[in-house]
Design a binder for this molecule. Structure first.
Ligand code: 9WO
Length: 247
């Protein structure tokens, strides 16, 4: 997959993406990352990329021309790559959206700064607006990195075998189960006996029960999106019974 990012801070994006799983995906050629700085495409002699908002008010607005020229440079041969603007006004980014994007060969992410971009840039060049959550940041770079990170993990070969075992279809759409490592006891807190026994079926049942139970407790909205099968419903009932009897 190739991802192009339009940003006034290309070093920030490249540096952040160079670590860990994302960095390894780039090294292995699974992910090609290119950055484009609108400042390199301005026709203004002072290399300006922003101007005062019509109607007044605080701050500055990113102008259409440098953004548009940067997008066009990124598009090059492939005119089909969707242009995605990161903003709190967008559709909420979630794991389903990440899966959708992971199926693409290319995408162009646009990170805004200041008070935002001239609305006509969105009208003319943007195919989708995506939000990473309901909060205001100082720019779209971190959300763009979040989108890239979530998508990269889904590219075939990006995760080691140990990580991909995590992608158990039984756990899909659920919160994670609790994890433990050595030592077996800390300040009187024991690792659950089911995980020490080493019976793989018991371990899997325990983890699924915990994942279902924690989702029920903390994110009932996620549980409502799922159709639990008989086995999962049974495990959730076990969790609820234990919880309601005070264990
Ligand atoms: C600034 C502002 C100032 C006063 C009142 C409202 C305001 N909204 C904004 C604003 O949204 N600024 C944005 C900063 C302009 C575009 C880049 N910025 C941004 C993107 N902040 N947060 C995001 C973002 C993107 C995706 N998901 C979550 C947040």
């Amino acid at each position: 997959m190739r991802i192009d990012v339009i940003t006034l801070f290309p070093e920030m994006v490249r540096e952040c993406a160079s670590h860990g799983i994302q960095g390894r995906a780039i090294d292995r050629g699974l992910l090609q990352l290119q950055t484009w700085n609108p400042r390199d495409y301005t026709e203004d002699k002072h290399r300006g990329v922003d101007d005062r908002p019509y109607g007044g008010g605080p701050g500055m607005v990113m102008q259409v021309q440098p953004l548009r020229a940067a997008v066009r440079a990124a598009r090059q041969a492939d005119a089909s790559a969707p242009v995605i603007y990161l903003s709190p006004q967008g559709q909420r980014f979630d794991q389903g959206k990440a899966q959708q994007l992971a199926g693409l060969e290319r995408m162009i992410l646009v990170s805004g700064r200041y008070e935002g971009v001239d609305e006509r840039f969105i009208d003319l060049e943007v195919d989708q607006e995506l939000s990473a959550g309901d909060y205001v940041l100082s720019g779209g770079e971190l959300p763009a990195l979040m989108v890239m990170d979530a998508v990269t993990r889904l590219l075939p070969g990006a995760l080691g075998d140990a990580d991909s075992a995590q992608q158990d279809s039984f756990m899909e759409g659920l919160l994670d189960y609790p994890h433990y490592t050595r030592p077996e006891e800390i300040d009187g807190l024991q690792v659950p006996a089911e995980l020490i026994g080493g019976n793989h079926a018991d371990i899997r049942r325990w983890r699924t029960r915990q994942a279902l139970g924690r989702t029920w407790q903390r994110r009932p909205d996620l549980l409502e999106l799922l159709q639990l099968d008989e086995q999962q419903q049974g495990l959730l009932n076990e969790f609820i019974n234990e919880y309601e009897s005070g264990n």
